[in-house]
Ligand binder design. Structure first.
Ligand SMILES: Cc1cc2nc3c(=O)[nH]c(=O)nc-3n(C[C@H](O)[C@H](O)[C@H](O)COP(=O)(O)OP(=O)(O)OC[C@H]3O[C@@H](n4cnc5c(N)ncnc54)[C@H](O)[C@@H]3O)c2cc1C
Length: 441
């Protein structure tokens, strides 16, 4: 059987590797229009900030590694069309158009940056930040510069802005929506994150009308005013790449390529995974996006099983995220209070500030938690801020949400404890206790 995968990002390559683990014989052919493969996009801000030495350090494998596993990768090759009736793709490499038959086709084309309304073509010192190549260009271009402006409404922008501020740059962040990280945090929590960190000046609700150049640098015009910077970095939101899927006749939903729980599109023998698909929200049962490496990997693992004789499902998502912003981490799972308001779901929330470890333990970090539940006590969202590790805490919440657990049930769960690592009453339980009290009136 020949499986053709369009896309060599996290989704496409995880699928290819897992298919090979399950099946020695299968012919696996991957196409990517880019040259860089098998790198971690999530680490780009950390390289820009200097915490990771170089962009080469975040590249895990090259095409030769995959070839040894008998996985062919066509680099710098753009798939230009899909003929689903004849099960054939066409692709362009070195200005030549060729075609290839498939038995199973997987679309893993990721997402693409939304280009701004204003003109920036051929402008020097104005860059997009979306992938490793952009990162390399920016790293070179900001040497000997001082003032950097980010135009962004995307987490990569805010992560990178703080990393560059830590390096000593003067950074202004022009946020195009009403607040910081609105998809992840309610604005009370986002405000605290900004207060805790130093080094970045924010302009929210920035309606950018254009960028001009003069002898002092780039002038960014917004809301009837302007600021000047040496370098402008654009990292606005991304939209799922659905063109090929659409051309193949696959149904496109409200946001992206529609798939079922087996990751099948509406066209026989065509599957889709990663940032180009829409998924089902655990809370609303409706379509949503989950543009995360973790989702892409999980989908790839499920699809690898399904294409090698097993039958697994990809379940609705709660969208669990952890991210570093400056010296702090934020983590979230589930829905925000503002999203609940937007969809008309009545919710109650509580906020606590506590410690990561026993109060008296000398090396400690503060921890802020906002817990959100429905009026019957079912927990639907959680947001956390701390300088210390949040990933294991938010992962627990992810299971709480997936299991539709109520505050009452969470309070009775068993957690581990030792003073140098934990509190005797787990902070999540502390938040649930306070929330239950509020619910009880
Ligand atoms: C800077 C940054 C930080 C991030 N941080 C995190 C994080 O901390 N945690 C987390 O979970 N997620 C994070 N993400 C999100 C995560 O990286 C993405 O969700 C994930 O990479 C999506 O993988 P993908 O394979 O679907 O798409 P992509 O990685 O975008 O890959 C798409 C592939 O499709 C190829 N392609 C597209 N069209 C064609 C065509 N016509 N022909 C041939 N090839 C084509 C592209 O060349 C590429 O190889 C981050 C993303 C970025 C950019």
């Amino acid at each position: 059987m020949r499986v053709v995968i369009i896309g060599a990002g996290v989704a496409g390559l995880t699928l290819a590797s897992n298919l090979r683990k399950n099946d020695d014989e299968m012919e696996i052919i991957v196409f990517t229009k880019g040259e860089d493969i098998a790198y971690s996009p999530c680490a780009i801000p950390l390289v820009l900030g200097g915490c990771i030495g170089s962009f080469d350090d975040i590249v895990m494998h090259d095409a030769g590694y995959y070839l040894e596993k008998n996985i062919q990768i066509h680099l710098s090759t753009t798939v230009t069309g899909v003929d689903s009736d004849n099960k054939k793709i066409t692709f362009e490499k070195d200005s030549r158009i060729e075609s290839l038959d498939y038995d199973k086709l997987v679309i893993a084309t990721g997402s693409e940056l939304v280009r701004p309304d204003f003109d920036i073509d051929d402008m020097d010192n104005v860059f997009y930040l979306s992938n490793i190549e952009d990162g390399r260009i920016i790293q070179e271009s900001i040497k000997n510069k001082k003032n950097i402006a980010f135009i962004s409404n995307f987490s990569i922008g805010i992560e990178s802005a703080y990393e560059l501020a830590k390096k000593g740059y003067n950074v202004t962040f022009l946020e195009q929506s009403f607040g910081i990280l609105p998809l992840f945090l309610d604005q009370d929590m986002a405000g605290k994150l900004v207060e805790l960190n130093e080094g970045v000046t924010f302009e929210t609700n920035a309606n950018i009308t254009g960028i001009t150049s003069d002898e002092s640098g780039k002038e960014i015009h917004f809301n009837d005013k302007s600021i000047t910077a040496d370098v402008v970095i654009l990292s606005s939101s991304k939209v799922p790449s659905t063109r090929l899927a659409k051309e193949a006749g696959c149904e496109i939903g409200d946001f992206a390529v529609k798939i079922n729980e087996h990751l099948e599109t509406s066209v026989e023998d065509i599957y889709a995974i990663g940032d180009c698909v829409e998924v089902t929200s655990h809370f609303t049962g409706t379509a949503t996006l989950s543009p995360a490496g973790t989702t892409a990997v999980r989908q790839a693992m499920v699809l690898a099983e399904n294409l090698t004789g097993n039958r697994m499902t990809f379940d609705p998502v709660v969208n669990t995220v952890v991210s570093q912003v400056g010296d702090y981490y934020y983590a979230c799972s589930g829905i925000t209070e503002s999203f609940a308001d937007m969809i008309g779901m009545p919710v109650v929330s509580e906020y606590i500030e506590t410690c990561q470890k026993a109060r008296y333990y000398p090396v400690n970090n503060r921890l802020a938690i906002k817990l959100i539940c429905k009026c019957d006590g079912t927990i639907v969202g959680c947001q956390m801020l701390s300088r210390g590790d949040l990933s294991s805490r938010i992962d627990v919440l992810s299971f709480v949400l997936t299991g539709n657990m109520k505050c009452e049930e969470l309070i009775q769960k068993e957690f581990s404890y030792t003073p140098s690592l934990a509190m005797v009453v787990n902070p999540i339980v502390q938040a649930a206790l306070k929330l239950r009290k509020k619910l009880d009136g």
